[in-house]
Structures are given as C-alpha cells and as structure tokens.
Design a protein around this ligand. Structure first.
Ligand code: NAD
Length: 499
C-alpha cells in the first residue's frame, strides 16, 4: 500500500497526524493508496515555510517570475501522458479527458506568462502641481487554495499559477480522493525554477481546511467544491478577515428550442451530460425542450445514443466514453437520487441501474440514466446528482424554459440551442447565470476570460483566472508623490538585463 505525502518546503514529508484517507482505484474498488490528513501543527509548519520564502520571491521581478511559468508549461507538456495516467488512475476519467484536465490548467499558466503586462500599474503624470500619482499591485503574502476531486490538475493550476506569478506563496489543500497529481505539479514547478516554500501541498480534510481558515498569516482562500462547503468556507474565512472566493455546485440547464438542429442538440447533450460520468460542474444535467413535439423528437434521438455509450476503465483506451465515479459513496448517492426520481413520478426512459462490467464488478461504475417528465418539486431536479443522469423537464414556451433556469438556486452555466439569433440574444441577456452557451453545451470560458457562476454557485466577487485572478491575488497601493528639484546624476550606459 502506497503512503502518500505532503510536499513541504521542497520535500516530500510523511504525515504525522496518524490519520489517513483511502484513495481508491475507482475501476476496481480497491484502495490503492493512503492519503495523510494534516492537523493544525502540520499546516502551521507549511505556513512558516511559506512566510520565510515569500518576501524574496515577491522581490524577484515579474518577468523572471513569468519565466518560471514558461518553463513550467514546457514541463507540463513533457509529462502530459504521465500526469494524465496518474489522474485517471485515481479519478477514473478517461485518458483523453484527463489530458484535457491538465491542458485547461496549462492554458491558465500560459496566460500567467503575461504577468509583467498584467501587473503593470496606473500612472497619472502631474495629478497636481509637481505631483504624480501611481498605483501598484502588490502580492498578498501567503495564499491558500482548497480544491475538489473532479479536476485535480486544472483547478489547482487555476489558483496557484496566478497566485505565484503575482509574488505570493501558495499552500494547496487538494481533494483527499485524488491527491497524486497536485503533488506531481508541485515537483514540476520547482523543477521549473520556483524557490522552495513557494508552492506547498498539505493534504487533508476538514481539519486542515479549518487550520487554513483560522490561521492569522494566511491572507486569502480560494475554494472550489460543493455549495454547502463553499458557504461554510466563505463565511468562516470572511469572519476571520481573509479575502475569500468560493465556487460551488451546479444544476446546468440546456434549453432546446423547436427550431434547433436536434441531432446537434442530442450529440451535445450526450457529451455534456454523460462525459466524465457527469462529474463536471459544467455538466448539463437538465434538458429543457420547448414544446411537446421538440421533447418527443429529442427523446427519440437521445435514447439510441445513450444506449451506445461505452462505459469502462481508462485502461481500455479510446474505446471508452466515460469511466467510473470517484467513490462507492458517490455511486450510492447517485443511486439514492435515481430512486427518489422513480418514487416521485419521473419517467425513467433509460435505466442504468443494473449496469455491470465483467471483471470490474466492484468498481464504481454507474450506467447512463435518462429521465423524462421531471418536475420542479422533485429531488432529482432540485439537487446536484453529479453522475451520469440527465433529467428532461418539458416546457410549453420559451418563457417557461427561461423561468426554469432563472428560478433554480444554482447558476453556474446554461445553454440554449436554437437557430434564432433573437431568442439566443434574449436568453443571454436575461438569464441570471454566469456562463452561457449558444449552441455550445459546456461554455467553459478560456484562460484569458474569467470563470464563475451566479447565485448559489458562487460566494465572493471576483471570478477565477483571467484578469480577475490578478486582482484577487494582489492588493492595490496608490502613491501620491511630490519631489523638490534636485541634482541630476550621470547616466547608465550599458545595455543589460534587469536584475
Ligand atoms: P467537496 O465540497 O466535497 O470537497 C471540496 C474540498 O473541500 C475538498 O478539498 C475537501 O477536502 C474539502 N471539504 C470537504 N468537506 C469539508 C468540510 N466539511 N469542511 C471543510 N472542507 C471540506 O466537493 P467535491 O466532491 O470534491 O467536488 C464536487 C463538487 O464541486 C460539485 O458540487 C461540483 O459542482 C463542484 N465544483 C464546482 C466548480 C465550480 O467552478 N463552480 C468546479 C468543480 C467542481
């Protein structure tokens, strides 16, 4: 049994708390590693290392900090296959999907190479007589991030790349379900030239999170995960005077208008509903066809596509559409919610309950499910299932469909499929959701835009990555200056790089 470590001050360090979490192989159900769960003292040690290392890192000029990110990109590309394999082994997603997880993190690292430009301040010449005024963005000091199991490469990179390039030290508390890739990323950053203590990985659960939330030195906390924990972390972190941004759960609706290309819409729903076994915060979990005829035709097109889905372990290669869910507990929760759907009167059109894979009977595989005639009061509509279960809610009109997306307490992403530009424009303008797709089912913004939902999908003001991340990980300082006229010194004649 492999015993995983923390990564503190450039070293792999064994856990000392005596507590561990099981890390499963989701395809077989076996425990493949033990993840140490840090206590307050271990977190405090990480903070001490971070405090000691951060001032010197903040003093490195932004161009040199950006060069570490450049090298890091090269190393991520070099090790892409290795990272994807480690990720699939603990998470269960397919290899191409795992490589996508690394890739979408890497793209934020690429964006961070623009730090010298992004950190440039504002300047007003002659704001008054002989007076100049300038603003600069300075790092916060020690930042921390708490990340979910479903994107163990991408989401840590969305946090630590901007934090570090801005001159902060960063403590990552990854998900205890798939902690290996975050540890590998920390090693790669140091290979890229990052000084020891600037990135550290402290594995753990609530105890480690609480140690972050109550540590007086930690200035900012980023969180991505489920809504109840997001709410708790936001409340506690803010009460302790920290800068906090928390991204929570989702229930993403896709509206299918009568004029939509239904083959395109059905294909989109298959990928967005069942890809990664539905374990994506941007998964589409609710299809809303407008009009009975659209609904009947859509279901007709979905059923054969769902029946053809190939579910299996990542080791089966490209032949697999999606893998197992992450734990037995996740599988049991999905099964429980599916049962509530049946009990509360939804029509189970495709029943994945008896799915079994020969040779992998103990794995956490869940067959694909499709519900029709789902209504607003049902648990499968109200709650995030986070599994391969698509619910269809039939709407009579566009206004009713729009109202469904608007009234749901979650507001991460949503999509509309239509050929009518006016309907699409109206939808994008009126819906109270953070990320909108127009004939695009999973509208995840690219690195140079920002990512974030609305309503109960977010707690805090600034989004993830893009320009918002540079605001989140820095403080503004504004200087008003006046200089008396003085003696001018001689010039510097050599052309040399900046120290
Ligand atoms: P989770 O909330 O269970 O765990 C997230 C993190 O919080 C983990 O690091 C975990 O160790 C920690 N944690 C768990 N329980 C805690 C507690 N009681 N106190 C303090 N910390 C605790 O989420 P998950 O199951 O890992 O991830 C899935 C969830 O994340 C889904 O709800 C999904 O929608 C959401 N998600 C949201 C986004 C987004 O950007 N909005 C992105 C990815 C995932």
């Amino acid at each position: 049994m492999q015993e995983l470590t923390h990564y503190l001050n450039g070293e792999h360090v064994k856990g000392t708390s005596g507590r561990f979490a099981d890390v499963f192989n989701p395809a077989t159900g076996e425990v493949q590693a033990k993840c140490p769960l840090a206590n307050e003292a271990e977190m405090d040690q990480a903070v001490k290392y971070a405090m000691a290392a951060q001032p010197a890192w903040a003093a490195v000029n932004p161009q040199r900090r950006a060069r570490v990110m450049m090298k890091f990109v090269d190393l991520l590309n070099r090790d892409m296959d290795k990272l994807a394999e480690a990720l699939s082994r603990e998470h269960g997603k397919t290899l191409p999907d795992a490589a996508g997880d690394v890739q979408r993190g890497l793209e934020v690292v690429e964006y961070c190479i623009g730090a010298p430009e992004l950190l440039k301040g504002d300047y007003t010449d002659s704001a008054g007589p002989g007076i100049d005024m300038y603003s600069m963005r300075q790092p916060l000091g020690v930042s921390a991030g708490i990340t979910p199991f479903n994107f163990p490469a991408m989401i840590p990179m969305w946090m630590f790349a901007p934090a570090i390039v801005c001159g902060n030290a960063f403590i990552l508390k990854p998900s205890e379900r798939d902690p290996s890739v975050p540890l590998m990323l920390a090693e790669l950053l140091e290979e890229a030239g990052l000084p020891k203590g600037i990135i550290q990985v402290v594995n753990g659960d609530k105890e480690a999170v609480d140690a972050i939330l109550h540590h007086p030195v930690i200035q900012s906390v980023g969180f991505v995960g489920s809504t109840p924990i997001a709410e708790y972390i936001y409340g506690t972190g803010c009460a302790n005077g920290k800068r906090v941004q928390c991204f929570g759960g989702a229930k993403n609706h896709m509206i299918i208008m009568p004029d939509a290309d239904l083959d395109q819409a059905a294909d989109a729903l298959i990928g967005a509903g069942y890809g990664a076994a539905g374990e994506r915060c941007m998964a589409i979990s609710v299809a809303v066809p407008v009009g009975e005829e659209t609904a009947d035709r859509l279901i007709e097109k979905l059923v054969p596509r769902i029946e053809k889905l190939k579910v299996g372990p990542y080791t089966s290669g490209k032949d697999v559409d999606y893998g197992p869910v992450v734990t037995g507990a996740a599988k049991a929760n999905i099964e429980r919610l599916v049962q509530t759907g049946i009990d509360q009167g939804a029509t189970l059109v495709v029943d994945g309950r008896d799915f079994k894979l020969q040779g992998y009977e103990d794995g956490f595989f869940v067959g694909p499910h499709l519900f029709d005639n789902v209504t607003k009061d049902m648990d499968i509509y109200k709650h995030e299932i986070f599994g391969p279960v698509l619910s269809t809610v039939r709407a009579k009109t566009y206004e009713e469909a729009l109202g469904l997306a608007m009234d749901h307490e979650m507001g991460n992403g949503t999509a509309i499929f239509t050929r009518d530009g006016d309907a699409a424009r109206d939808f994008a303008n009126r819906v109270n959701v953070g990320m909108i797709g127009i004939n695009v089912p999973i509208p995840v913004p690219l690195a140079y835009h920002t990512f974030g939902g609305w309503k109960k999908s977010v707690f805090g003001d600034l989004n993830q990555h893009g320009p918002d991340a540079f605001k989140f990980y820095t403080r503004t300082k504004t200087v008003t200056s006046r200089w008396p006229s003085g003696i001018k010194e001689g010039g510097e004649f050599n052309f040399k790089p900046m120290e």
